[in-house]
Design a protein around this ligand. Structure first.
Ligand SMILES: Cc1cc2nc3c(=O)[nH]c(=O)nc-3n(C[C@H](O)[C@H](O)[C@H](O)COP(=O)(O)O)c2cc1C
Length: 204
């Protein structure tokens, strides 16, 4: 059975443009995978704890020496990594807030990037352990950043997910959403068409 992990991070919840574009992606995905399983992870509704000293110490303590408190901290991270490993497809909503990724999404990244669990160091260099995923990233932005040096998000997400082994990434950009009604409508329509086309390619 195919499975899809949905990662949302819009602080605007149901009104968030990334969430609405994700909804379109999920509807398409369900049509293409009628028996598939969809797992939802909404980081705005259920924020992930920030990385702190206790967590880093728990991660680096050998499993058989962890205290009960450390086991609980590691279990939260383990569950998030297990969710990623179980997915065939992953769709990530990526709003632009104050020139960066949502802090909730950064907290999630900090919980799933774990040496020995989601990546490891080898004599040949680091190796990502979350492999074989198709990842779709839907960005939503007030201005225009695509392919420009001040796009802080695309290179960062490509780097960190690639480091963890997720190298099959496609981006859908909805930009200029704060630049007036016409710009917003045109951008959203183009993004919707791009999302639909992802599934035309699969069906073809
Ligand atoms: C707190 C906040 C900060 C924002 N910062 C930026 C920004 O730095 N650059 C930009 O182009 N748009 C910025 N925007 C506009 C958002 O990128 C735009 O509203 C987008 O639709 C957000 O995605 P969402 O609707 O899925 O939440 C910001 C919006 C909010 C609410």
């Amino acid at each position: 059975m195919q499975s899809l992990l949905v990662i949302r991070s819009s602080l605007l919840l149901g009104s968030g443009q990334s969430n609405q574009l994700i909804d379109r992606y999920v509807a398409n995905w369900r049509t293409a995978n009628p028996n598939g399983q969809v797992v939802e992870r909404d980081l705005a509704r259920q924020p992930i704890a920030h990385l702190d000293m206790a967590r880093v110490a728990a991660f680096s303590t050998p499993a058989d020496q962890r205290s009960a408190e450390q086991q609980a901290l590691v279990a939260e991270s383990d569950a998030l990594i297990a969710e990623l490993k179980a997915a065939d497809d992953i769709v990530i909503g990526l709003p632009l807030y104050n020139f960066g990724v949502p802090s909730t999404l950064k907290a999630w990244i900090d919980q799933v990037a774990r040496a020995g669990v989601s990546f490891r160091y080898t004599a040949q260099g680091p190796e990502g352990l979350i492999k074989g995923k198709r990842v779709y990233v839907i960005t939503t932005r007030g201005g225009h950043y695509r392919d420009q040096p001040h796009d802080t998000q695309t290179p960062y997400v490509r780097n960190v997910l690639g480091f963890l082994g997720m190298t099959d990434l496609q981006f859908v950009h909805a930009e200029g959403l704060a630049l007036g009604d016409d710009a917003r409508r045109d951008s959203l329509q183009a993004a919707e068409a791009q999302i639909d086309a992802l599934f035309d390619e699969v069906a073809a």
